[in-house]
Design a protein around this ligand. Structure first.
Ligand code: NIG
Ligand code: FE
Length: 413
């Protein structure tokens, strides 16, 4: 008997939303979505071979049809491309303070905010931090999020940042989701650092980034450009050094005051994230650059601030991704579809724009060419909803959860 190559087939699905052949940038009409009715996904060793009419695929020789499929709506696994899952403690006290009149920046400047999470995170062992990170990643996985970016940034010393990044690496072994690590050592100047901002950033370039490269702990570097954190002028040399070392750059930009977007453009970052206070100037800059614009509606909801101007960004021609920003300070919710749907209601986003922002546009912003679309050559990462139409998914504002989650051709939820 000769060895059969194992081809697996899932389906038939009522609606297979492929996200194929859509533009990377700009506004999208729902009518542009390529939806296959009674479609199937055929894969081999975790990679998609074909996406087509189910019966056509089933007639191929040597195909194993997966059992217990439901005839629902299928989408590519979602991508949450901006989170801070590796943290200890809670900031419930900050939430109460803010809702009693203090601002995020006031709390940060009086020693609370990020610094209090740094203390709680430093108090954890690497194992405990890995377990918390994996637990949160698994909560996202239940929502259909199969790829999750996770930032460090609550360590803020060479040793503690390495601990955070090693905990993310450890969490990768526990969760079924793909975790993409980012170094956010430039989250704020740590209160216990004995020296200038320039000295801190130099230390990170000389002592931290080389170890991250050596151990392959992250391939991305982020910084928070804001009044209570770092100025554009302080961060530019840091980003230039990181880029020269081969890191991809991403920026916390324009959250409370504009300035980060210009830095993102100057250094050729992959993305500028937040953008709540971007003006027409920043929107035009992003539209003409190869820098993704990332909306984080969970931070707007957590802080009670306005949303990023996503309608304007799309109409100007930007590539927009949406992410949860899950973190203990500004965005403790961690529900991607809820946040994307609420943003859609306020900013008037089409379903296609919402889905693009958490699939192939998010993938592109992370530099991935292998996910976010259901097409040959992509990973067999897909999610199945028990629903009649894909429109139900944003419409139900996060209440409808996928019935099945598949990662690289294996069912994990
Ligand atoms: O993306 N803005 C900076 N960083 C996080 C919040 C961090 C925190 O408050 O702990 C954010 O909103
Ligand atoms: Fe963030």
């Amino acid at each position: 008997m000769h060895m059969e190559i194992a081809y697996y087939l899932a389906g038939p699905f009522r609606e297979l939303v492929t996200m194929q052949a859509l533009p990377l940038k700009g506004a999208l009409k729902d009518s542009a979505l390529r939806i296959i009715r009674n479609g199937g996904i055929l894969w081999k060793e975790g990679w998609i071979e074909a996406v087509d009419d189910f019966e056509t695929l089933a007639s191929r020789p040597g195909v194993t049809v997966m059992e217990q499929m439901i005839k629902g709506v299928v989408l590519p696994g979602f991508i949450d491309m901006h989170t801070h899952l590796a943290f200890g403690g809670s900031r419930a006290a900050d939430f109460a303070l803010r809702n009693s009149g203090s601002t995020y920046l006031e709390i940060a400047e009086s020693g609370g905010g990020i610094w209090s999470t740094v203390k709680a995170t430093r108090a954890l062992t690497i194992e405990a931090l890995a377990a918390l990170t994996a637990q949160r990643a698994n909560a996202l996985l239940q929502q259909g999020v199969t790829t999750i970016e996770v930032k460090s940034g609550y360590g803020l010393s060479v040793a503690e940042e390495l601990k955070c990044l090693r905990a993310i690496a450890e969490a990768r072994r526990i969760t079924g989701a793909s975790l993409v690590a980012t170094c956010l050592a430039a989250h704020m100047l740590p209160a216990d650092f004995n020296g200038s901002v320039a000295a801190y950033l130099e230390l990170m370039v000389n002592e931290l980034l080389p170890v991250i490269k050596e151990e392959q702990l992250a391939r991305r570097v982020d910084a928070f450009i804001e009044r209570s954190a770092f100025s554009a002028a302080q961060i530019l040399p840091y980003f230039k050094s990181a880029k020269a070392m081969g890191f991809d750059i991403t920026v916390h930009a324009d959250q409370f005051t504009p300035s980060g977007t210009e830095v993102a453009i100057t250094v050729g970052a992959r993305s500028a994230d937040h953008l709540e206070h971007s003006t027409d100037k920043e929107i035009a800059l992003l539209a003409h650059a190869d820098v993704a614009a990332v909306a984080l509606p969970g931070a707007s909801m957590g802080l009670g601030c306005k949303f990023a101007p996503v309608r304007k960004l799309l109409d100007a021609g930007c590539s927009v991704a949406i992410a949860t920003d899950w973190n203990p300070g500004s965005a403790p919710m961690g529900n991607l579809m809820l946040q994307a749907s609420v943003l859609a209601s306020f900013e008037k986003l089409t379903n296609a724009e919402v889905l693009a922002a958490i699939t192939y546009r998010a993938a592109a912003a992370l530099g991935f060419k292998d996910r976010g679309v259901l097409a040959p050559g992509y990973r067999a990462d897909f999610i199945v909803y028990d629903a009649d139409s894909y429109q139900e998914i944003p419409y139900q504002q996060g209440r409808l959860q996928p019935a099945q989650v598949w990662k690289s051709g294996a069912r994990i939820v």
